[in-house]
Design a protein around this ligand. Structure first.
Ligand SMILES: NC(=O)c1ccc[n+]([C@@H]2O[C@H](COP(=O)([O-])OP(=O)(O)OC[C@H]3O[C@@H](n4cnc5c(N)ncnc54)[C@H](O)[C@@H]3O)[C@@H](O)[C@H]2O)c1
Length: 399
C-alpha cells in the first residue's frame, strides 16, 4: 500500500517536472561544463547517426548550411553509409569517417571529443536509448521524433536530462521552427481567442503501403507515436498541459502485412485550468486518393476566436473596431532547415533553453501518443497516471 503511494507521488513529481522543462539552476551551473563549441568563425563539427530516408534528407539540409562540417557518420547499413559519405564528399571534397559494424558503434561517435554535436535519425525504437547515451556523453543532438515510444523510457530520458540540462536537444518537430506559428501561439497564450474550448485535429493519409520497421508497432511505436506525434507536439505547444484522460477507438488488421493501427479516433480531456477543452483527433491510412478530406487539420476553437495552427492565423468572432477579424502570425515561416539553424545557434551559444523543441516538447508529444495507444490496446478510458505506470522497454538488442 505504502509502496503504491510513494510511486504515485514520484509519478506526480515526474509530470510536474516535465511541465517545468529544464532545471534552471543546474543549467546555469553546467552551461560551460561541456566546453565551448567551435570557436567563433570556426565551423561546427557534426556527426550523423542513421542516414536512411530521413537521415539523408537531414544531411542534405545540413550540407546546405554555411559554417558546418560533417566529419563522421555511423550507420549499420553499409549501402546507406557509403551513399551518405559520398554526399558529404561531393560537397566538401573530403569523405567523413564512417562506422557501423555493430548496433552500438554509435557510442564511439558520441565519445569523440572533436564533434560539437550529432544528428540522430534512426528507427523509433532506438531513440530513447541513443538520446540517453548522447545526454550522458554530453553531446548536443538533433534527434528525430518521437522522443520515446514507451513511458518508462520517457521517464528515463527526463531523469537523465535533469542531471545534464546543458545539453542542447532539438527534437525533429520541424513545425516548431515556424516563427509566424510561434507568434500566433504566443498571442493565443496571451488570451487572443479566450478560453480554449475545442481542439479539432486530424490527419488522413492514403492507403498504407509502408514496410520494414514502420509496419511493426513494436519498432515504430505505432502511427500515433511515429507520425501523429507531430500534431501532438502542436497540441502540447498550445495547451502547455498534458491530458488527464484519453479514450480512443480504432482498427488494425484491415491493411495486410502490418500490425500497426490502420485508423483511430481519440478524445483527450484536460486538467482544471482547461476544464472546458475537449480535443478530438482522427488519424488513419485508409483515405481514398482524390476524395476530399485528405491531409492535415490542426485547429483550436476558443471563446473569442479560432486558431489555425498550421497556417498560423486566428479568426476572431468579432473584429476589433477599425481592425480585421483575421490576425496573422508575424515572422518568417520555417521548416527543417530553419530548425537546424536554430539548433546550431543554440550549440554555438550554449543555450539549450532557446532550442525550438527540446525535451519538454518531446515529452508532451509522446505522452499523448502513449495515452492513445494504451486506450486502443485496453479498449477503455485511460488516465495519464495509468499511462506513465507502463514499464515496457523498446526492443533494442542487448549491448
Ligand atoms: N520529422 C519528420 O518529418 C520525419 C519524416 C520521416 C521520418 N522521420 C523519422 O526519422 C527516423 C528515421 O526514419 P527513416 O525513414 O529514415 O528510416 P530508415 O529505415 O530509412 O533509416 C534508418 C537508418 O538508421 C540506420 N540504423 C538503424 N539502427 C542503427 C544503429 N543502431 N546504429 C546506426 N544506424 C542505425 C539504418 O541502417 C537506416 O539507414 C524515424 O524516427 C522516423 O520517425 C521523421
Amino acid at each position: 500500500m505504502r509502496k503504491e503511494r510513494v510511486s504515485s507521488v514520484s509519478r506526480r513529481d515526474f509530470v510536474k517536472n516535465m511541465a517545468l522543462g529544464t532545471a534552471g539552476a543546474l543549467l546555469l551551473k553546467q552551461r560551460h561544463a561541456l566546453g565551448a563549441a567551435a570557436a567563433p568563425g570556426e565551423p561546427l563539427r557534426v556527426g550523423f547517426i542513421g542516414v536512411g530516408g530521413r537521415g539523408s534528407h537531414l544531411l542534405t539540409q545540413v550540407l546546405s548550411i554555411d559554417g558546418v562540417e560533417v566529419i563522421a557518420i555511423c550507420d549499420i547499413n553499409p549501402g546507406n553509409l557509403k551513399r551518405a559519405q559520398r554526399m558529404v564528399e561531393e560537397k566538401s571534397g573530403k569523405p567523413p569517417d564512417g562506422i557501423g559494424d555493430t548496433p552500438y558503434d554509435y557510442r564511439k561517435l558520441l565519445a569523440r571529443k572533436d564533434l560539437d554535436c550529432v544528428v540522430i535519425a534512426t528507427p523509433c525504437y532506438w531513440h530513447s536509448t541513443m538520446y540517453i547515451d548522447a545526454i550522458r556523453a554530453g553531446k548536443h543532438f538533433y534527434g528525430e521524433k518521437p522522443l520515446s515510444i514507451t513511458a518508462s523510457e520517457l521517464k528515463a530520458v527526463n531523469d537523465v536530462y535533469k542531471e545534464n540540462p546543458s545539453v542542447v536537444v532539438q527534437i525533429g518537430f520541424q513545425w516548431g521552427a515556424d516563427k509566424a506559428r510561434g507568434d500566433i501561439i504566443r498571442k493565443v497564450h496571451g488570451g487572443l481567442i479566450g478560453e480554449l474550448l475545442e481542439g479539432r485535429f486530424h490527419r488522413y493519409n492514403g492507403w498504407d503501403g509502408h514496410g520494414g520497421w514502420y509496419a511493426d508497432r513494436a519498432l515504430s511505436g505505432d502511427w500515433m507515436l511515429e507520425q501523429a506525434v507531430h500534431e501532438f507536439n502542436l497540441i502540447w505547444w498550445v495547451t502547455q498541459a498534458h491530458p488527464v484522460s484519453c479514450f480512443a477507438t480504432g482498427r488494425s488488421g484491415i491493411i495486410p502485412g502490418r500490425n500497426t493501427t490502420n485508423y483511430y479516433h481519440a478524445i483527450l480531456q484536460y486538467p482544471e485550468k482547461l476544464n472546458n477543452l475537449v480535443v478530438h483527433y482522427g488519424h488513419g491510412w485508409i483515405h481514398v486518393s482524390g476524395f476530399p478530406g485528405e491531409g492535415l487539420e490542426a485547429d483550436f476553437i476558443g471563446a473569442k476566436g479560432a486558431l489555425n495552427v498550421m497556417d498560423a492565423y486566428v479568426q476572431l468572432r468579432e473584429a476589433p473596431a477599425g481592425g480585421s477579424a483575421r490576425i496573422n502570425g508575424e515572422g518568417p515561416r520555417g521548416e527543417t532547415r530553419e530548425h537546424f539553424l536554430n539548433f546550431f545557434e543554440c550549440v554555438r551559444a550554449g543555450t539549450p533553453e532557446n532550442a525550438n523543441c527540446g525535451i519538454a516538447n518531446g515529452t508532451g508529444g509522446s505522452i499523448i501518443g502513449l495515452m492513445i495507444r494504451q486506450s486502443l490496446e485496453e479498449k477503455r478510458v485511460v488516465t495519464l497516471e495509468e499511462t506513465l505506470r507502463d514499464t515496457r522497454k523498446p526492443p533494442v538488442p542487448p549491448a
